[in-house]
Design a protein. Structure first.
Length: 217
């Protein structure tokens, strides 16, 4: 399984990635998570990308492509992977095609989570993440039992610093201008699997696994 999860910010890519990687036993590669981990560690890459994330702008293609190309050559990616949040531009998609071709690999499918703008805005505005285990909650759709505390590991929940009104607007603009054209790109390649992302997280996952079973296994 060599999969891409495509969809606007807040569409549920990370939520589905947890389920997909458990079922199909492939590594979860989230460029957003990689960047945030570098920013936390204050590495050279973290310092380079921090401003882009803070403003909700895309990190330059050269930087992002290099990170993913390196990650895909690691041994755990030999038999498959799930890319979450990459590619986000046509240039990234083309670089990925070339990189995979060099490795003698091809994509299995591109899952496109279709979610309306008003829904993703609410999902991002209500998102809360566990500082311990990374579990994602939502103030509107999936509240923790105790306010601010993770149900699973009892650690404190935090809000992503880019889930603010202004940054959300920038991220949606970047998605519409730079990422949405990838839907046509992968559709023309016969790889696109559209999934209704407005359903509950479990229903979305059922649709994803049903589509993968039908078309690709
Ligand atoms: P992305 O990785 O695409 O930015 P996330 O998986 O982090 O999105 O989800 C964004 C927010 O929406 C989180 O708070 C998550 O708990 C919530 N969420 C995800 N999927 C659903 C869903 N199907 N229905 C309701 N809320 C959801
Ligand atoms: P995400 O966690 O996927 O919502 O990504 C958070 C932020 O990381 C984005 O708003 C961008 O600033 C940056 N980012 C993540 N993936 C990419 C990518 N493929 N290309 C450029 N920037 C990215």
């Amino acid at each position: 399984m060599k999969l891409i999860l495509l969809g606007p910010p807040g569409s549920g890519k990370g939520t589905q990635a947890v389920r997909i990687t458990q079922k199909y036993r492939v590594p979860h590669i989230s460029t957003g998570d990689i960047f945030r981990s570098h920013i936390r560690r204050e590495s050279a890459l973290g310092l380079e990308v921090k401003n882009y994330l803070d403003q909700g702008l895309l990190v330059p293609d050269e930087v992002t492509v290099r990170i993913v190309e390196n990650r895909l050559t690691e041994p755990d990616c030999q038999d498959g992977f799930l890319l979450d949040g990459f590619p986000r531009t046509l240039m990234q998609a083309k670089a990925l095609d070339e990189g995979l071709q060099k490795l003698g690999k091809a994509l299995t499918a591109v899952i496109n989570l279709e979610v309306r703008n008003d829904t993703v805005i609410k999902r991002m505005a209500g998102r809360q993440i566990c500082s311990g285990c990374g579990e994602t909650y939502n103030l509107y759709f999936n509240k923790p039992q105790t306010e601010g505390i993770c149900d699973k590991c009892n650690r404190a929940l935090y809000t992503r610093s880019d889930d603010t009104e202004e940054t959300i607007a920038n991220r949606l603009r970047a998605y519409a201008g730079q990422t949405a054209p990838l839907i046509g790109y992968y559709s023309r390649k016969g790889l696109l699997v559209p999934v209704n992302g407005e359903q509950s997280a479990d229903e979305v996952f059922n649709s994803v696994s049903g589509a993968l079973k039908l078309g690709f296994l």
